[in-house]
Design a binder for this molecule. Structure first.
Ligand code: DON
Length: 576
């Protein structure tokens, strides 16, 4: 009896709170308001007393922070931030793509939500091969046939179970920005200009992303079609996207092109709660994403392979440190290619892959004086792009949310859904089109990641959390295709083993090895002496303009949220 009275009071309080928040919330977005889309600046690092967000665009971070300032929790902020990214960061923010969320509630519940795209029902194993069995270049990358069934909107509604504010409040800032426009940055102008022809070739109707003259920094981008699509989500919920007008527009666009996504594919799409991967590294609990992402398990493998080798005795980015990390990366990525795929279609040997004896055995041929050659199956070319996007959020209650979401390549398949204003993903390229044939990230795979209807393609996205003494400590993640797990791995080593600030951990030069191709990718500022020493040990190096765009929040001993946004982009922090 007492219990039910208590429950009633709690529900009544919650309803009153929601009602207050709903009615008392003045608009967040507008000229001169809390988030001004015509006048904003980029803040890279800051300590906040209560709550913070770090993500790829200032307007999205600011909306997330404002939502928390007005009574929302980290889940509310993450939802609102993602909707805004879908408007202001069209390279990777999306409702036409998919992603993963790893979170931990203030009460200590770990959560993993999988909203990865699926292969359409009409997909077949060899759909990207010609009659001779060769991969048809670009077919899984550009245009209508490159898209999987989008998962983001379903994922946001799955996340909503943990939120406090009404969904309407969370979608509205994105609607306002799409409807009344926002000022674009130089980086965005360049991205849109270089994609102009590709949008025209791969879409059947005009869209807000293409205009006669070239875009320039300071121009205002208005996307009325996208605003209407978001309004349908606001007014009809998940069905406002997967059914009704939006679904019809998606299917109409597919039919006008070469696409195979049908109404049933959309109606049947479901986000899934998975069991998060949790492991211990030197006393810290690390929480990661399980398959269909490869991220969590290969980070676990890499960290366990270095755990007992006391890496911090080597100076930061000395040949010894880098060589050890490269060798564990090589071994983990070899496992990725063979063993990982959608667990609903393929038995993934997770326990074995993380087993201590198994990992000790993997390192048995490790030689600290020379490179272990990768088995030369087929070398791939690495595509230079960082167009996935990561959001880290931590609120004043201790809810931690880490989300990585993507269209895959920059601006996805370049197909804009006519009349709906959003860009579709080209995630089908993350499947293995043919055993041993590299995808755009040079990743190879086989049966575990072959195309099957309704299957999820293997991912590298690695939203990650760290607990210290069982309490919230770090929220981290990054874009970067196959470099994602190695970037997160390095960021964690920088923080946990080298005691760096969040800012340094994110901005120090990165390196990457993925088994095949057998080379170490490095950023321009990577230590030249280390490279020279490692070349003498038999390593090949490959230059990349940048690796990752990592967003980190760490709780300092003072309780402050040390929040850092990667210097490599327009990434920005906000909080209070
Ligand atoms: O899921 C994956 O692993 C890829 N689709 C991620 C793509 C990505 O990070 C693009 N940015 N470089």
């Amino acid at each position: 009896m007492k219990k039910s009275v208590l429950l009633l009071i709690t529900v009544a309080c919650k309803l009153t709170l929601i009602a207050q928040i709903q009615t008392n919330l003045p608009p967040i977005v507008g000229a001169g308001r809390a988030v001004d889309p015509y006048n904003y600046k980029i803040v890279k690092t800051q300590e906040f007393a209560n709550a913070s967000v770090s993500c790829a665009h200032p307007l999205a971070s600011m909306v997330g922070a404002e939502i928390m300032r007005r009574g929302g929790n980290a889940f509310d902020a993450a939802i609102a931030t993602q909707f805004v990214l879908a408007v202001v960061y069209p390279e990777a923010g999306n409702i036409g793509g998919g992603g993963f969320m790893v979170a931990r509630t203030a009460l200590g519940k770990n959560i993993a939500i999988d909203y990865r795209e699926t292969a359409p029902n009409k997909a077949t194993r060899d759909m990207y091969l010609d009659k001779e069995g060769n991969v048809i270049p670009k077919l899984s990358l550009l245009g209508h046939l490159a898209s999987g069934v989008p998962g983001t909107v379903a994922g946001l509604f799955e996340t909503f179970k943990y939120a406090r504010l009404p969904m309407k409040v969370l979608v509205q800032p994105a609607i306002d920005i799409a409807e009344f426009g926002y000022v674009i940055t130089e980086r965005e102008a360049k991205g849109l200009n270089s994609t102009k022809e590709s949008f025209i070739q791969n879409s059947t109707q005009p869209s807000a992303y293409v205009k006669e003259a070239l875009w320039k920094a300071g121009d205002t981008l208005v996307n009325k079609d996208l605003a209407e699509t978001l309004k349908r989500i606001r007014d009809y919920g998940q069905r406002g996207f997967y059914e009704g007008k939006t679904a019809q527009l998606i299917v109409a666009e597919m039919k006008q092109g070469t696409g195979i996504i049908g109404l049933e594919d959309l109606k049947n799409y479901k986000a899934k709660e998975r069991i998060p991967l949790v492991f211990n590294y030197k006393g810290f609990d690390i929480i990661g994403m399980p398959p269909p992402s490869s991220g969590g398990i290969i980070i676990e493998q890499m960290m366990k392979m270095i755990e007992h080798r006391d890496i911090s005795r080597y100076p930061f980015q000395s040949p010894q440190q880098v060589q050890l990390m490269v060798e564990v990366e090589r071994r983990a990525y070899a496992d990725r290619a063979e063993h990982l795929g959608d667990p609903d279609f393929w038995k993934v040997p997770l326990k074995t892959l993380a087993n201590d004896k198994y990992l000790a055995n993997r390192m048995i041929d490790y030689d600290s004086t020379k490179a272990t050659p990768s088995n030369d199956i087929k070398a791939g070319t690495i595509h230079e792009s960082d167009q996935t996007t990561h959001i880290s959020v931590l609120d004043k209650y201790g809810n931690m949310v880490s989300i990585t979401t993507t269209l895959n390549g920059g601006y996805g398949s370049r197909t804009v859904i006519g009349g709906a204003g959003f860009i579709m993903n080209n995630e089908m390229d993350d499947f293995s089109a043919k055993p041993g044939a590299p995808n755009m990230f040079g990743a190879v795979g086989g049966a575990a990641n072959a195309i099957q209807p309704n299957k999820r393609m293997l991912s590298s996205m690695s939203p990650t959390l760290v607990l210290k003494n069982k309490k919230p400590y770090i929220v981290a993640g990054t874009p970067g295709g196959t470099t994602i797990p190695t970037s997160v791995f390095q960021t964690l080593v920088n923080l946990l083993d080298y005691n760096m600030s969040a800012e340094d951990a994110v901005n120090k030069p990165k390196f990457h090895h993925q088994w095949l191709p057998d080379q170490v990718d490095i950023e321009p500022t990577f230590a030249a002496e280390t490279k020279t020493a490692m070349v003498a040990m038999g390593y090949k190096f490959h230059d990349r303009p940048q690796i990752g765009r990592t967003e980190v929040i760490r709780i300092l001993p003072s309780g402050k949220r040390e929040t850092a946004a990667d210097k490599r982009g327009d990434d920005c922090v906000a909080g209070y």
